[in-house]
Design a protein around this ligand. Structure first.
Ligand code: RM4
Ligand code: MN
Ligand code: MN
Length: 409
């Protein structure tokens, strides 16, 4: 028998009340979320073995903003779009601003590209040649200007810098070059702008990468200044890394700048967030909620998706992603904090872990559906999008093209 949504909501409200949690306050919190989706998630993508073209995949910045607008229209919590300077910003910046507002979204982080030009084969900000480092810094300085014009306050940096062979480079010399370049860019950012420094343990450098882990990103960020923070991409850790611990540590240091949400099974797989290891995502959100409840001086956290859906249809895949994030967020809000704190106080390990397990096992769909209803949305965004026939329409109009996507175009 199909469940009555009102009954399900009342049952959940009672369960939460027993945990000392007011369902209305949770509803406010799940409504008050802004997630950024990546422009490159709407265009054709693939692996180094090939790119798969889908009818209707976005090929211009206008189409990417239009598709992102659909994700926001049906989820209500994805109003921001990350832009990649090389892939998206050939058109005039005013035009991009106008298009964003036409499609009901805003420009989110600005992502420079210092990894695709031929001259970056042996690195950008750690390249032995001063003229290549200069070129990379100039590009990032241009991006600061672009960000200002596009009213974006986040410069999000990822470097492909690294080496493939022992002996190829001098780690400490490269560290000094990276530091010098980052500081020059940082010093030219307006006071309203933040710099996010992303790390990655391998690929495309398979022997070493210059910003390999959170500690290195943190060190670079600290030596730039207060507005440089660490970006945690969930796919950029070696197997077994305790990401929730890293998140808590960075929050405590007031340096957690943002996330690139995705999930991994083997490497930097960019699979759908929360699908391979949902408990990990829940535990990460658990740390974020704790920090929201008792704020310190940590900057606002940018919640960004970094996924390219090579074989799934782009827009439904992104809506599914947003829904997955909402589920983990909502579950982490369901932890009985007082009971957990007490269990920790008296070293009751079973009870403490039970508090987390109970929250993780809570069916939060009645809460999310009620929140969507209050936002004037359909309870199931994926279904509502499918019924809108937008995909059929753009597939027919756009067809299959080779466009301005991301990597591999
Ligand atoms: C990297 C990293 C960056 C992304 C590039 C293209 O693995 O996740 O965030 O911009 O890929
Ligand atoms: Mn990333
Ligand atoms: Mn990545």
């Amino acid at each position: 028998m199909p469940r009555d949504p009102k009954d399900a909501y009342r049952v959940l409200a009672d369960i939460l009340a027993d945990r000392g949690i007011d369902i209305n306050s949770l509803k406010r919190r799940v409504k008050n979320v802004e997630i950024e989706t990546p422009s490159w998630g709407y265009s054709d993508s693939g692996t180094r073995f090939g790119v798969f073209r889908q009818p209707g995949a976005a090929a211009t910045v206008e189409e990417k903003l239009a598709d992102a607008g659909q994700v926001h229209k049906f989820t209500g919590v994805a109003p921001l779009v990350a832009l990649h300077v090389l892939w998206d910003l050939q058109d005039g910046h005013q035009k991009v601003l106008d298009l964003a507002s036409e499609y009901g979204v805003r420009v989110g982080s600005i992502n420079p590209n210092v990894f695709q030009d031929q001259e970056y084969a042996l690195g950008s900000i750690t390249n032995r040649r001063a003229e290549v480092r200069r070129h990379a810094v100039n590009h990032m300085l241009d991006c600061v200007g672009i960000a200002v014009e596009l009213k974006s306050e986040v410069l999000s940096l990822w470097f492909a810098d690294g080496t493939n062979y022992p002996g190829e480079g001098d780690f400490r010399q490269r560290k000094a070059w990276a530091q010098e370049c980052l500081k020059e860019v940082y010093d030219r950012m307006p006071a309203s702008m933040r710099m996010l420094v992303e790390y990655k343990p391998f690929e495309p450098g398979f022997y070493h990468t210059d910003i390999a882990d959170w500690g290195m990103a943190y060190t670079f960020a600290r030596s730039c200044g207060e507005r440089a923070h660490v970006l945690v991409d969930l796919g950029h850790h070696l197997p077994g890394a305790n990401i929730e611990h890293i998140v808590a540590f960075l929050l405590d240091e007031e340096r957690l700048g943002g996330f690139h949400f995705n999930n991994r099974k083997y490497a930097d797989d960019d699979l759908t967030v929360g699908t391979i290891n949902p408990y990990e995502l829940f535990l990460i959100y658990n740390e974020l909620i704790k920090a929201e409840d008792v704020p310190n001086g940590n900057p606002p956290v940018a919640y960004m998706v970094d996924q390219s859906h090579n074989t799934k249809p782009k827009i439904p895949a992104m809506i599914q992603t947003i829904m997955q994030i909402q589920i983990s967020h909502a579950k982490a809000l369901c932890v009985d904090r007082a009971r957990l704190a007490h269990a920790q106080d008296v070293d009751n390990l079973v009870e403490a872990e039970t508090c987390l397990q109970e929250a993780f096992n809570t069916d939060v769909s009645p809460l999310l559906e009620a929140a969507r209803e209050e936002m004037g949305l359909a309870p199931n965004p994926l279904k509502a999008f499918a019924e809108s026939c937008y995909s059929t329409k753009v597939s027919q109009e756009r067809g299959v093209r080779k466009g301005l996507g991301g990597l591999g175009q």
